[in-house]
Ligand binder design. Structure first.
Ligand SMILES: NC(=O)C1=CN([C@@H]2O[C@H](COP(=O)(O)OP(=O)(O)OC[C@H]3O[C@@H](n4cnc5c(N)ncnc54)[C@H](OP(=O)(O)O)[C@@H]3O)[C@@H](O)[C@H]2O)C=CC1
Ligand SMILES: O=C(CO)COP(=O)(O)O
Length: 330
């Protein structure tokens, strides 16, 4: 993969725009595809994503497009649409992507209904693609501002992961490679659900000690789930697991945390997201069902799911968590 290789980004929201800017570091012709022609026209005119990243300029090398055909010929495609839209979008590009195209999933979530991980959705819809996943602590606005961070890029084929890391890394956006695709996906999907719980604790003013305890017990849940799926412990301890959990559970900049905080303050589940994408709200029920199927205890994730579905209130959930039988820490 050379710097001349064409890169396309699917999804013109906050993260898609930030990643297109990263890809356009020292490179021209990065296609930023979005499904809404009016939004793409505004992006081209303003050279700024005013809807999702106001005040941050689009890099000169980014070319916004609403036509599927603009993505043809790309050797690397970053998929950055909401997790629940991944299948539909991948299907739309089935006849556009060439065999061997690297399809890098940058969404964090599990498909409801099918309970598929994003890599499974992509493999089903794009059998010709080589699947990779990019995940880790990275707020779109931080990355767009050029603030430094490090994330994980995983592909089963290590040579592919290495080449993608070399292609997409910049000075401020450091990619570490892995072959543990599922381990990376589990971290990204679960941390969003757990961040809603952390937000709730903040919204209920439970204090910094409760916040730290929730991160540690949330990480224990994430680790148990990962173990049940046979993923590497190092992956869960790394950027896409613990790293992203700490970021998302500790910052009101996170939309998942903000949703939880609104719930904690007493807002109703259907209104608390305030129109923003909080992936954990869509993933919670699938995550809890998958854990139950495998006999994995995830009481914090279960509490989030029960609150979001309206089955219990925040105070009831806190009471239930505090009254759980005492047990060994592991
Ligand atoms: N924002 C961040 O800091 C980070 C986000 N992520 C992950 O990236 C993914 C995308 O998040 P983010 O960019 O922040 O979300 P945003 O809400 O900012 O943007 C989502 C974009 O996807 C578009 N979209 C929605 N449905 C479809 C569809 N069916 N087909 C095509 N496009 C669609 C939206 O268009 P419209 O405006 O028309 O709805 C919008 O442009 C999520 O899984 C998130 O967890 C990962 C790391 C960091
Ligand atoms: O995944 C993210 C940071 O790594 C973004 O988190 P939110 O989707 O909660 O804003």
């Amino acid at each position: 993969m050379s710097s001349e290789e064409k890169i396309a980004v699917l999804g013109a929201g906050a993260w898609g725009t930030a990643l297109a800017n990263v890809a356009a570091t020292g490179r021209d012709g990065v296609v930023l595809w979005g499904h809404d022609p009016a939004h793409i026209a505004a992006l081209s005119r303003d050279r700024e994503n005013r809807a999702y990243l106001p005040g941050l300029p689009l890099a000169a090398g980014v070319a916004p497009h609403a036509d599927l055909s603009a993505v043809a010929g790309a050797g690397v495609v970053l998929s950055v649409v909401p997790a629940q839209a991944m299948r539909e979008v991948a299907r739309r590009f089935r006849d556009i992507l060439a065999p061997g195209t690297a399809f890098v999933i940058c969404s964090k979530g599990i498909e409801r209904g099918t309970r598929c991980f994003m890599s499974e959705v992509a493999a089903q819809e794009l059998p010709q693609a080589r699947i990779a996943i990019l995940s880790g602590p990275s707020f779109a606005a931080d990355v767009c501002r050029g603030l430094p961070t490090a994330v994980t890029l995983a592909a089963r084929d290590e040579a592919l992961a290495k080449r993608l890391c070399e292609t997409l890394s910049t000075r401020a956006f450091r990619l570490y490679r892995s072959t543990d695709v599922l381990g990376v996906e589990i971290g990204g999907a679960a941390k969003n659900v757990l961040a809603i719980a952390s937000g709730m604790a903040a919204g209920r003013a439970l204090g910094a000690s409760a916040g730290a305890a929730l991160i540690a017990r949330g990480f224990a849940e994430l680790t148990r789930l990962g173990r049940a799926y046979g993923v590497n412990q190092e992956t869960l301890m790394g950027l896409s697991g613990l790293g992203d959990l700490v970021l998302t559970c500790g910052s009101a900049q996170s939309r998942n945390f903000a949703l939880g905080a609104a719930l904690g303050r007493g807002e109703a589940p259907l209104e608390a997201a305030h129109g923003k994408l909080a992936e954990g709200a869509f993933t919670a029920s699938a995550l809890v069902a998958m854990a139950k199927e495998r006999g994995v205890e995830m009481p914090i994730a279960e509490a989030v799911d029960a609150i979001l579905s309206g089955a219990i209130g925040v105070d009831q959930a806190i009471e239930a968590l505090l009254m759980r039988p005492l047990r060994a820490e592991a």
